[in-house]
Design a protein around this ligand. Sequence first.
Ligand code: ADP
Ligand code: ADP
Length: 228
Amino acid sequence: MSQIQLKEIGKTYADGYEAVKGVSMDIADGEFMILVGPSGCGKSTLLRMVVGLEDITSGDLLIDGKRVNELAPRDRNLSMVFQNYALYPHLSVYENIAFPLRLNKGEISEEEVKRRVSDASTMLELNDHLDRKPANLSGGQRQRVAMGRAIVRDADAFLFDEPLSNLDAKLRGQMRTEIARMQRRLGQTTIYVTHDQTEAMTLGDRVTVLKKGVVQQIASPRELYEQP
Ligand code: ADP
Ligand code: ADP
């Protein structure tokens, strides 16, 4: 659990393009924040800055009140699920999920790794597929592996970048339900990028609308989608 605060965050890329401009956001402990906006408005850039994969040009990023702008990704203790899954093709489902735990070599016993992978794969109904390689999985199963990898460690928060956009409607509905269940069970602070209004409505506590790198509105899903 974690509180995430963005204070006037800005990003100018090396080529001079200003992708994010003075974005401020307070995400409460356990809150599910949806991030929406047209393609190219800076959503991925924002997530990557929060998780630490992209330098912050200006402003402050606070996690539980502490400034973390210069902290390495692994020290921020956030888990990100990418749109393209980013699974390791040569590793089994088990090893893909266990991967983040192996980064802290020696710190986590093999027994503990097994227990945590088992917990995650049970929750995501992947137990029958642990020995398979990503190439032999369906899109929905791959997505669940990516999610398993995110929840296997005790991350303080989750960041999702359009995690369901490559799935067909039926799987998307199923995964949406799974994410909602996971959220109820783990109660993790979450920032979730999506274009899907149903996802925003069912999952989100609040919705931030981004346009050309600027926050246009922060509202509840109802306020946003049911206004005249
Ligand atoms: P979104 O996720 O909302 O589609 P992005 O954050 O991916 O938007 O991109 C925001 C803007 O920043 C886009 O105009 C994109 O072309 C630009 N951009 C993204 N990455 C880079 C980069 N490495 N260098 C320069 N411009 C970039
Ligand atoms: P998305 O699917 O989020 O729209 P893109 O296809 O725009 O992603 O971008 C894919 C990758 O290319 C990202 O890592 C992004 O940082 C990079 N990128 C996007 N726009 C630019 C750009 N104008 N210059 C350099 N890199 C870019």
